[in-house]
Design a protein around this ligand. Sequence first.
Ligand code: FE2
Ligand code: FE2
Length: 185
Amino acid sequence: MAQGKTGEKPRHDISIIRPEVRAEQIKLRGENYPSERLEGIKKGLRALHTLELMAQTIYKFQITKEHSEMNGLLVAAMCNEMGHYQDFQVKLYEYGFRPSLLRWAYWLVGFGVGFGSRILGRRAVLKTGIWVESKAVHHYAQLLETIDWDDETRKVIEKDQADEDGHISRWKSMLAAVAPVPAEA
Ligand SMILES: [Fe+2]
Ligand SMILES: [Fe+2]
């Protein structure tokens, strides 16, 4: 239950940034669930889906055209978040739900945060990543604790949460390697 706290060892292979999904794993869910359980799952999936849209948009707008290690890592993170977005979109439709109509607002926030941090430079990009991902890990933990998920959906959420934890570690180690003041010769 105490999963997801930053610093714990994830039980998932976070080097797999786009896990395989087989056709037989897609199934319609939620039949005979009590309405309160369905309501909780719907709210949780919509929150995760919109937040993952924001996450992938932040990374997308942080990437520059420079051929650098940092950009490679940002592309990998963007790919990872696109997979998370897909995960929750699939789950929404498996349950017969629909995405939030307000998700465009999260795209806008993602654009603002992503582009804004890119303009401010590498340290701002890394600090933004750490801040956003820490919020995400915390939010994931709350949703895992408070919602009665089906086992398969729970596993997906746990893997995605472990990915977010991995992002925090990566950005922290990158930040430690960056000079305190922009000192590019
Ligand atoms: Fe994510
Ligand atoms: Fe992430």
